[in-house]
Ligand binder design. Structure first.
Ligand SMILES: Cc1ncc(COP(=O)(O)O)c(C=O)c1O
Length: 325
């Protein structure tokens, strides 16, 4: 589900300063607009009984600085400093639950392809964003297809980097899926094996075992993917990282996407073939519950995945009442 940005009178962080949302503009001749030279992140902040908290903030900021490093973009900020600015930004915008978008790109500089002659601009933005594929999709699952577009081969576009240019391939997948009446697409890699969704990693369950493809140069190392593998081990569900042939999608017991935007989203059919009975299965449901309970502070967080937005000060009574119902 796409959303229009709401009328925003909030703040965006640009190169170390807060500026009004409407002033965060770039020149049309900026390098990134022509050549896709940007790296970004997607992070979520949830409301807990102790106030807003960001899920796996440092892991996202580490991936952000890693993405920049792969593309030789020098960010003048450490992952830790950017994480602190994210927390300040959420507080300044007075948001309790939101999606956060760190972004760095090659800006307005020299003419020509060489990116290193254009300045690197760093931005942080946040806004309220509900379920990526819709609340109903989170509950009932989505219908997906296998895309006719493949993920890039290793050593072409580095998929360990979350780079803007990678999402041209993802857009082709998404447009094809939506035009054919599907909510999402699953891509194969150049070996014809299952890779990931347009903006999500993928897991399948068969005979109580959880399978996901390994990092093979064709998929993003998802942070939600890592959450799911960790939580599955907690539940004594075995996790196997192995290449998945396309036809395994048609004979599995459960299938779901993972991603910061998508959270854990069940898949109910692939290429119009129902996944089992076409209903989200018990392992999917349990993992959904554990992850959301952890993110919302409703169960222990033994992994230290939550970073509170406010360093001090108890949440207001109204916030507490809303969270605990
Ligand atoms: C291509 C792609 N794969 C996987 C993911 C899931 O990654 P994460 O769980 O870190 O959000 C995303 C979303 O960021 C993505 O864009």
């Amino acid at each position: 589900m796409s959303v229009q940005f709401p009328e925003q009178d909030g703040w965006i962080w640009r190169n170390g300063e807060f500026i009004p949302w409407k002033d965060a503009q770039v020149h049309v001749m900026s390098h990134a607009i022509h050549y896709g030279s940007s790296v970004f992140e997607g992070v979520r902040c949830y409301l807990t009984p102790e106030g807003p908290a960001v899920l796996r903030l440092q892991d996202h900021m580490r991936r952000f600085t890693d993405s920049a490093r792969i593309y030789r973009m020098e960010l003048p900020y450490s992952a830790e400093a950017l994480g602190d600015s994210v927390l300040e930004l959420i507080e300044k915008n007075d948001l309790e639950e939101c999606y956060i978008r760190p972004l760095a790109f090659r800006g307005y500089g020299a003419v020509g392809l060489n990116p290193m002659t254009s300045p690197v601009e760093t931005y942080l933005a946040c806004w309220p964003w509900g379920a990526y594929l819709g609340a109903e999709a989170l509950n009932n699952g989505v219908d997906v297809c296998v895309s006719s577009w493949q993920r890039p081969a290793p050593n072409t576009f580095p998929t360990l980097a979350k780079a803007g240019g990678n999402y041209l391939n993802a857009q082709l997948m998404k447009m094809e899926a939506v035009s054919n009446g599907f909510a999402e697409a699953i891509a194969l890699n150049v070996r014809g094996m299952v890779s990931e969704g347009s903006g999500q990693n993928l897991f399948l369950v068969r005979d109580g075992v959880l399978y996901t493809p390994p990092l093979d140069g064709s998929l993003l190392p998802g942070i939600t993917r890592d959450c799911v593998m960790t939580l599955a081990r907690e539940l004594d569900v075995s996790v196997v990282l192995e290449e998945i042939p396309r036809e395994a999608l048609y004979i599995c017991d459960e299938l779901f996407f993972t991603g910061t935007a998508s959270e854990i989203n069940p898949i109910r059919s692939v290429d119009r073939i129902p996944v089992a009975e076409g209903e989200p299965g018990p392992i999917t449901r349990r993992l959904q519950k554990e992850l959301m309970d952890l993110a919302k502070g409703l169960r222990p967080d033994p992994y230290g995945w939550l970073t509170p937005v406010r360093k001090s000060g108890a949440p207001s009574e109204s916030v507490k009442a809303r969270v605990t119902g």
